[in-house]
Write a protein that binds this ligand. Structure first.
Ligand code: SAM
Length: 223
């Protein structure tokens, strides 16, 4: 079993920045048009697969993207996040939606229970050697024919260890900026069919990914 000790730093860091994060990170309506339309595509696919089960927004943070999916027709959507403070922010902002504390390394759902999984800028704090655990969890939790969208920072394999974020608040997580090809390979090795891969350059958009190169994957489980 890979070392999952990074979870403590991730949880503590996001507990520290949760309130500041809400004010600083815009909702998906503020994303660049290409990123927004990728989310819209996922919402359409997930809404079309609603019979398979609910959609989990994994690493949902304060729930802005969860709420965006709900507004775009994903009727049965919920958020999961490692940080209790993030989950409190989400519940306060969107009391009509369910949010739970949990980890993408052990999702709190039964096998094949979900119609969709969204991981939006939430997997880059996972060390590469632990990503098979996370992608294996996504695969386990999705019903056959279920949809996955993963979006986030990419790079050339560098590891970034900021000491502060979101207005000078202390953080202790690492960000692993993997090449898009490696992420795609890991998804396929976990049993996903990757239907779409998009890489966007830093500075191209106005959204979360605009400081660094960012990638988006649309994938599904066979069946
Ligand atoms: C950059 S924020 C993105 C939040 C949200 N998806 C958004 O786009 O606004 C990363 C989030 O992923 C969560 N996260 C990181 N690792 C996680 C894990 N193993 N399980 C659940 N959540 C995790 C963090 O707690 C944090 O809230």
């Amino acid at each position: 079993m890979p070392d999952l000790s990074h979870l403590t730093a991730v949880r503590e860091s996001y507990d520290t920045v949760a309130a500041a994060y809400v004010g600083r990170v815009p909702p998906p309506t503020g994303l660049d048009p290409v990123s927004r339309r990728m989310l819209d595509a996922f919402a359409e696919l997930a809404a079309g697969a609603a019979r398979l089960g609910p959609v989990a927004d994994v690493g949902c943070g304060p729930g802005k993207v969860t709420a965006y999916l709900a507004e775009r027709g994903v009727a049965d959507v919920f958020g999961v996040d490692l940080s209790p403070a993030m989950v409190r922010q989400a519940r306060r902002a969107y009391p009509e939606l369910p949010f739970v504390v949990g980890s993408m390394t052990a999702l709190p759902v039964a096998d094949r229970a979900l119609g969709g999984v969204l991981a939006y800028y939430s997997t880059h704090h996972t060390p590469p050697e632990a990503l098979p655990v996370v992608f294996g969890e996504f695969r386990r939790a999705l019903a056959p024919g279920g949809h996955l969208m993963l979006a986030g920072h990419v790079g050339d394999g560098e590891v970034v260890r900021p000491t502060e974020a979101y207005g000078g608040l202390p953080v202790s997580y690492a960000s692993y900026l993997l090449p898009p090809g490696r992420i795609g390979d890991l998804l396929e090795r976990a049993g996903f069919v990757v239907d779409a891969r998009l890489t966007q350059e830093a500075g191209e958009g106005s959204g979360e990914g605009s400081r660094r190169r960012y990638g988006t994957f649309l994938a599904r489980t066979p069946g």
